[in-house]
Design a protein around this ligand. Structure first.
Ligand SMILES: [Zn+2]
Length: 390
């Protein structure tokens, strides 16, 4: 789904009433009067008002000048300040009775005691990984009694995103309706180009742009030594665009544009191509009954005893329904908890790397064995059951 840059907003329920005469006059005009273009069945009412007063906003970004055209709570004087702080100040001073608490943090820096306090969570995140993390967090808060979901433990999630003229929004009742991971396959796959293609055999406009920003930028330092490429700086993108055009001309490649250059540099996640059609058709997302995130069923992994740990790792990262990023795999072998592979800590990666070329049998794993897998796509460790095929 798409890049939004909008902070995530969370509702903490209603506070005390705060009324004065004529407070709603303008809003009533907007909500209660029908107009020349309204549907004949339209019945005006104030039901659209949410009445939400207590809001927590979490955002890790600071305000960039390029945000000002669309992020309307921010003014030129706010550039450089945390988005969460400025957004909270703006609402608090404009709407008496509303209390917004800012958190200048990553969503992953807050734990389940924080998220449990809310009635609803609204996400405007800019990556699939962050969406999956929040989805996993809300799933981890669900309470099942004898396999039956306690509806009181459900915190609805509203997820949305836009890019250009496209956008989408969906409501998720964790544990009840399709979750983010149920429909993971609808996201376009992340494209990473092999370095040899970028360096010597470009075939696509994207290859030329990758070449310029990954290899030429650090080599030529066009804006001074050590100046990092800023995807929101038009001069930087213009430089990348011009040099990419030159590279593309060399290889008779067409299609390099300014917009594409920025898209590649910023790794902008494109909108799901079918989103507009899906929304227009009011098609419901179907739950995936074996969804690894929300089904409560440990997923089976089918491998031969002679398969290598690398094969398991490849499956976890490339399977369309899992798409993990850097899974850490642990198992209990002969009564001991053993880390089979862990990528994120250099020393452990080095120590466990030899395991990747060992077979599952050599690692002491047995059929029916549970494998615990941790990944950035979920706050919880996921359990898999190893099923040996012969
Ligand atoms: Zn699911």
């Amino acid at each position: 789904m798409a890049d939004t840059d909008e902070p995530m907003v969370v509702d903490g329920g209603s506070g005390h009433a705060c009324e004065w005469e004529g407070r709603w006059n303008h809003i009533k005009k907007f909500l209660e009067r029908s107009g020349p273009f309204t549907h004949p069945d339209f019945e005006p009412s104030t039901e659209a008002l949410s009445g939400i007063r207590n809001i927590h906003v979490v955002d890790m970004d600071t305000i960039d000048v390029s945000n000002l055209n669309r992020q309307f709570l921010f003014r030129p004087k706010d550039v450089g300040r945390p988005k969460a702080d400025v957004a909270a100040d703006f609402i608090n001073s404009r709407i008496p009775g509303c209390c917004v608490v800012p958190h200048f943090k990553k969503i992953q820096d807050l734990d389940e005691t924080f998220y449990r306090q809310f009635h609803i969570i609204v996400c405007g995140l800019d990556s699939v990984v962050a969406r999956r993390w929040m989805n996993g967090m809300l799933l981890s808060l669900l309470v099942y009694e004898d396999g039956v979901l306690d509806p009181g433990s459900i915190i609805p999630l509203i997820d949305g995103g836009t890019e250009g003229f496209k956008g989408n929004a969906r409501v998720i009742f964790p544990g009840m309706t399709a979750c983010i991971d149920c429909t993971l396959e609808l996201y376009p796959p992340q494209i990473n180009f092999p370095m040899c293609t970028i360096a010597s055999m470009p075939r696509l406009p994207e290859h030329c742009i990758e070449y310029v920003w990954m290899l030429l930028w650090p080599k030529e330092s066009p804006f001074g030594a050590g100046v990092a490429l800023d995807g929101d700086d038009p001069e930087h993108i213009q430089w990348v665009y011009q040099r990419s055009l030159e590279r593309a001309a060399e290889f008779n490649i067409t299609g390099v544009t300014y917009r594409l250059s920025q898209g590649v540099v910023k790794r902008i996640i494109p909108a799901v191509a079918s989103t507009n059609a899906v929304i227009a058709g009011k098609l419901q997302n179907e739950r995936f009954e074996n969804c690894s995130a929300c089904s409560q069923i440990p997923m089976d992994l089918h491998f031969a005893p002679s398969s290598k740990l690398q094969d398991v790792l490849d499956y976890l990262t490339t399977s369309a329904s899992l798409q993990m990023k850097s899974p850490a795999i642990t198992a209990t072998v002969e009564g001991k908890n053993k880390t089979l592979y862990l990528q994120s800590v250099a020393s452990i990666e080095q120590r466990t790397r030899p395991n990747l070329s060992k077979t599952l049998k050599e690692l002491g794993l047995t059929g029916g064995q549970e494998l615990a897998v941790a990944d950035v796509t979920t706050p919880q460790t996921m359990l898999f059951r190893l099923c040996f095929t012969s």
